[in-house]
Structures are given as structure tokens and as C-alpha cells.
Design a protein around this ligand. Structure first.
Ligand code: 7TS
Length: 410
């Protein structure tokens, strides 16, 4: 327990953390990087919405429609404050981080980029911040430059400076790696990008759930994140963008809600944020995301971050005690609560399977970061990740399990 933050008390809010994986084997959930568990405050909010207020938004004037619309729009305000957006109209509901990045690539990218233009990506990106840009590059003829990752799991910022001298139009970078845990110096990278006339598009899927984020202070241009990794439901995420950029962009998807008027052969586009919210959105899930943000705010993002720092540094120390185990990425001080590792002579899927026998849930695979694994000459890693509900005891069970894996594999 650190600074009054007691994960043992917080865990009581999460029904899934009380379940047994099998008889007498409790769940030790170390896979938050894939998706977090949900507290009862969020589950109750979803149940309440679907039980009492369920209606479509922005189209009815009956009581339920007004309640659903108010809930949906109030959640937008709550989420806007959470990342310090200057205007809630800059908060666009999407399905997830992936859709938010596809929106930027297709709407901003197709309008502002031309054949031969350069964009910068990094070697540590999740596929969702690589593939949309690769698809765009193939379609309109962009040149892609890559910031490499060094042996310590940090971006090579010297190379970044050199790539900026080639006058790229955009820098697309993750705030925190979902494999190495590396926290990238986004504020400085944004200053440098802007000095060279490039926009910076940040994948915040792994930062927004875990640390205070202030998009104005970071001085970025677009920022994407998902509700399901931050105690909220699946099916909803956010694209934040600077008002003037979003305002100048064409719609991404066409249909209901994103129009002001429709004629038989053309249409007038709606204002922000609705311009980018075609069709019936994930209403209950957006409201649930607002409840998740309220839950996180109640604990305090700084306290959550400090707790995770404490757990990850304990985890790194303990993992390093296991003979033959390699943890990838930087020192604990430079990472969030993610540890990807390999164990000599044991396939990560076998690690995960044996740990599962003791209720310990870790992910094995390439974690949607194949190029990063290639960089380390790995096919897969095992990954344990930590959140506000994890304790030293969870780490201890992981380590016990890893010793068992070693016994099984000699
Ligand atoms: N960016 C990062 C850094 C991520 O970690 C993920 C999901 C995404 C984008 C995509 O988020 P989505 O909500 O659109 O799917 N990462 C993982 C993971 O590491 N294991 O499962 C999902």
C-alpha cells in the first residue's frame, strides 16, 4: 500500500477478481494491457442505463430519448475533462483506439497528404498504429520512415531528429508501449515535430488508463484511446483532436447523425463532434466509459500511476531473480506496468498455459507488435501487466508459477 492507495480494498469493486478459475484456484489477473476488468460502479451504470434509460440519441424528444442523450453527452464532457480537452466537441466517440487512428489516417490523411509525402512511425507501434498508415501509404504513395528502438527498449531520438530533417507531414507514435512498457517523451517529440511543421498523432491506448494525461500540456494534435483498457466497456473509444483540425476534416463514415441535411444527390455535413459519429453509437457503453472515468478520478490518476510504478518495480526485481528469464524494455522508472519476458528454452504459450493452471492470467504471443518482436529476434513473448487492482501478492504468485514452469521444463 502506498500513499493511502490500497489495492486490496480497490479489488473488492471488481467482481471478476473474486472468481475462481477452477476449484480453489482464484484468478490472478495480469492481462490488463489486453483489457482491464470492470468495477461494479461501471457494471451498475450499464445495467441502470439498459434497464431504465435505453433509447436512441439525438433524435427523440420523449423522456427516455432525452435521458439517453443527456447521459451520452455528459459522458463526453467527463471524458473531455479527463484529458483536459479545451472543448468537449473535440471528443469523438469511436469504437476503439484502432478506429480512432483509422479515422485520422483516412480523413485527415487523405485530405492533407499527397504522393511522395513522408510520415514517421516507430518500431514499437501496435499494429493499429502501423497498418492504417501502411494502407494509406499504399493507396496514395507515401514514404514511411521508422524510428528504431534501442537495446534498452527506448526510441532512438537521434534518428528521430534526422528523420524530421526530411520534412515529414506527420509523426505517429505510441505514448506507452504495450510490450516494453516504455513511456515515450511525447511532449518533447511534439515540440520537435511542430518545429519541423509536422503533426503528431499519439496512440494513448496504454497511457490514458494509467497516468494523468493533459493533451494541451502534451501539445499533441490527435490522441486516441479505448474505454475497455480503463475499467470501461468494450465497443467505445475516443479520438481527441485539435478543434481546427477536426473542423477542417471531411467525415470518415457516412449515414445518420453526421449530416445536417440530405438531398438525393448530396448532403450537408453536421458540426463537430457529430460529423464523425455516423449511425447509432454505443450509447450505453459511452455512458459506461463516463462512469469508468469517474471511478478512476475518484482514485486519482496520479495515485494509480504511483501504485503501478511500485508494483512494476517490485515485479522487475522479482522477475530478475528467476534464472534464465529475460525482461525486455527499460528500467522500471522509465516504464508503465507492463513486463514482456522470455524464459530460456520454454515457449511463451507453454508459460501461459502452466501459469493458467494456477489461475495466473498472462498473455503470450506477439501482442500485435510483430515488428517489435522481430527487432528483438523473437517470435513471441509472455507478458504480465499490472493495474490499480494488482498487489505484491499477485506478483508473488506469478513468480511461484514461473518456478513451476522451470521445474516442468527441466
Ligand atoms: N495501441 C496500443 C498501444 C495497444 O496496446 C492496443 C491494444 C491498441 C492500440 C488497440 O486497441 P483497441 O482497443 O483498438 O484494440 N493492445 C492489446 C494488447 O496489447 N493485447 O491485446 C490488445
Amino acid at each position: 500500500m502506498k500513499g493511502g492507495f490500497d489495492a486490496n480494498v480497490i479489488r473488492q469493486d471488481f467482481p471478476a477478481l473474486k472468481r475462481m478459475v477452477k476449484e480453489d484456484v482464484p484468478l490472478v489477473y495480469l492481462d490488463t494491457t489486453a483489457t482491464s476488468q470492470k468495477p461494479k460502479q461501471v457494471l451498475d451504470c450499464l445495467n441502470d442505463y439498459y434497464s431504465n434509460n435505453n433509447a436512441n440519441v439525438h433524435r427523440g424528444i420523449h423522456t427516455l430519448a432525452e435521458e439517453a442523450t443527456a447521459g451520452y453527452e455528459n459522458a463526453r464532457i467527463t471524458i473531455g475533462k479527463f484529458i483536459n480537452a479545451s472543448n468537449e466537441k473535440e471528443i469523438i466517440y469511436t469504437r476503439n483506439t484502432t478506429e480512432a487512428i483509422n479515422l485520422v489516417a483516412n480523413s485527415w490523411g487523405r485530405t492533407n497528404l499527397n504522393s511522395g509525402d513522408r510520415i514517421i512511425l516507430t518500431e514499437m507501434e501496435h499494429h493499429s498504429n502501423l497498418v492504417p498508415w501502411q494502407m494509406l501509404a499504399a493507396s496514395i504513395g507515401l514514404e514511411i520512415d521508422i524510428i528504431p528502438v534501442d537495446d534498452n527498449g527506448l526510441l532512438d531520438l537521434h534518428v528521430y531528429e534526422q528523420l524530421l530533417d526530411k520534412n515529414p507531414k506527420a509523426v505517429c507514435v505510441t505514448h506507452m508501449s504495450n510490450v516494453l512498457g516504455t513511456l515515450n517523451p511525447i511532449k518533447n517529440m511534439a515540440i520537435n515535430a511542430h518545429d519541423h511543421g509536422a503533426l503528431i498523432i499519439v496512440d494513448g491506448a496504454q497511457s490514458a488508463p494509467h497516468m494523468p494525461v493533459d493533451v494541451q500540456d502534451l501539445d499533441v494534435d490527435f490522441f486516441a484511446f479505448s474505454a475497455h483498457k480503463m475499467c470501461g466497456p468494450t465497443g467505445v473509444g475516443i479520438l481527441w483532436g485539435r478543434y481546427e483540425l477536426l473542423d477542417a476534416m471531411p467525415p470518415f463514415l457516412g449515414g445518420g447523425d453526421m449530416i445536417k441535411r440530405v438531398h438525393l444527390r448530396d448532403f450537408d455535413t453536421n458540426d463537430l463532434p457529430y460529423k464523425f459519429e455516423a449511425g447509432t453509437p454505443a450509447i450505453g457503453e459511452a455512458i459506461g466509459m463516463g462512469a469508468a472515468v469517474n471511478y478512476l478520478n475518484g482514485l486519482g490518476m496520479q495515485s494509480i500511476w504511483e501504485h503501478e510504478q511500485d508494483i512494476v518495480s517490485y515485479a522487475m526485481d522479482r522477475l530478475n531473480e528467476v534464472p534464465g528469464l529475460t525482461v525486455y524494455g527499460p528500467e522500471a522508472e522509465m516504464r508503465g506496468g507492463v513486463t514482456a519476458f522470455s524464459l530460456d528454452g520454454v515457449h511463451p504459450h507453454d508459460i501461459s498455459q502452466i501459469l493458467d493452471g494456477d489461475g495466473v492470467a498472462v498473455r503470450a504471443g506477439h501482442h500485435c507488435a510483430m515488428p517489435l518482436h522481430e527487432r528483438y529476434k523473437l517470435v513471441a513473448t509472455a507478458r504480465a501487466s499490472f493495474y490499480l487492482y494488482n498487489t505484491y501478492s499477485d506478483v508473488d504468485k506469478l513468480i511461484e508459477g514461473l518456478h513451476k514452469v522451470k521445474q516442468v521444463f527441466g
